[in-house]
Design a protein around this ligand. Sequence first.
Ligand code: ARG
Length: 601
Amino acid sequence: MIMTAVSARKGKRKMKTVTEKLGEIVAEAFEACGYDGKLGTVSISDREDLCQFQCNGAFDGAKLYKKPPFVIAGEVVDILLKNNIFKKAEVAKPGFINLTLSDEYVSKLLSEISEDKYLSVPQTGGGATVVVDYGGPNVAKPLHIGHLRSAIIGESIKRLAKAAGYNAVGDIHLGDWGLQIGLVITELSKRFPRERCFADDFSPGKDSVLTLDVDMLSEVYPLASKKSKEDEEYKAEAQRATFELQNGRAGYVALWKEIMRVSIPDLKKNYDRLNVSFEYWYGESDADKYVGELVDILKEKNLLKQSEGALIVDLEEEDDKSPIAPIIIKKSDNSNLYSTTDLATIIQREKDFSPSGIWYVVDTRQELHFTQVFRCAKKAGLTSAKTEFLGFGTMNGKDGKPYKTREGGVMRLEDLLTTAKNAAKDKLNASAYLSDASEEEKDSVAEKVGIAAIKFGDLINHRSKNYIFDLDKFLSFEGKTGTYILYTVTRINSILKKTETDYDAKPSLFRLYSDSERELALKILLSGERFKTALAERAPNNICDSVYQIASAFSKFYHDNKIIDEKNEEKKNAWLSLCLLTRKMILKHLDLLAIDSVENM
Ligand code: ARG
């Protein structure tokens, strides 16, 4: 038997989104009329008032077959109407095919989703390894809000990639080897000049090292940083200390270990609150041992050049629109730079994971740095992985400038999270949702609601955009907010509890009775498309949009129907099935956003 284009398409893919499924059906109709099946591509309607889906293939067909588009569309529609998949298939002049699904077909798709263990996340990863580089905090400095976006966007992208079947590994890429450590060492050496770790003859096994704690570190670093900006000599000292640390000065290495011992649990604590975790806690320091190899490769490929005592690599390419500066590999004093470390890290990742992709979730202001790093890595053939810069914009205050504390300083992440939690608590108390709850319970709900508000308020914006941090708005029970989504889940929980329906019960039957159900069902069916776009664009805002659509369609459905009191058993069952699936889908979205839900609020 000869395999037709359609049957070949059918055999190839396991998991399909709705538009892919419909695309196959429409392609078959095009083929049945003697046209190329490729014309059958289906997309989500941009006129929701007219139809749910559309196919614009008749226009290309018109050119190919020299026929008016509405004639082709008409022939295709005639075939489609023989199918009970569509409630409506019609031609809209001059040749659009407008499609609306039949209730039976929608019900069938709903049960397919509810049986699907991936809950319609398209399985496109195929086990390929991607390293997601996100978080990127600098040890010795307390986490500040500048690190919020990388952490939460990166975590979501990683979760989505995992859910799509990638072997995604998160690497925090600590800034643990740079000037900030030199600054801390310098400041401490002034305060505690007699400590053995500052002596030239420090002996690791024998001598003890100064003991630090988080409070001390968070006081020392900003001060040292300020001093270095005002005092050239101080700055030179810090640079020297950094250099000596990187060259293995024993006392400094011991002190560095102490800084790491104190910093890392503190970082973990903050990331835990955000539901962010990393498979690897490598730092810039771990890349240090690959710098020699990097230099050798660059030499061997004749890429290294001397320039004013430094070692550089030229990066210009023929079709560059604007000039791109060479990348510096070694400064004239032989020290390494941020770029050196990033290149060495690529060598390390290639050795450890041989990834097919490395995704960097970093502030857009670092784009040039990554353009340079990627070009150099490519010239040197450091990896076959596709390197991607996934930049994010700035979190601004209401004045449109980068968010600051009231006093004008940079806010600590911990303080921001606690502010959100307290605001959530006030709000929940005022609304008396939790009047019977214990203090402890209220506290835990407030923490989750506060964090959800911050995360959703951030993630709803396309990562590349700046946005305005507005806690009141983020905590609102209405609109595209984390609070609204969590609240919707608690509403469903309460229906299920009142009807004694187990959360994990298998939906027994899908049947649609009204438009608000059709609307909700459609939004659920479209999740797969949104997940697909989110992954393709590496942009979690698509997941936020999707879950908001589902939650607001649910609210309408809930508002229109008295689910709990419904007398018709079959109807009630169908409604409860829809509640169960809605809940499952919302929780799936939240999981991909790394947002915890609450039972009650
Ligand atoms: N530590 C850096 C910073 O605070 C971010 C690191 C981003 N990742 C990287 N591979 N360079 O700016």
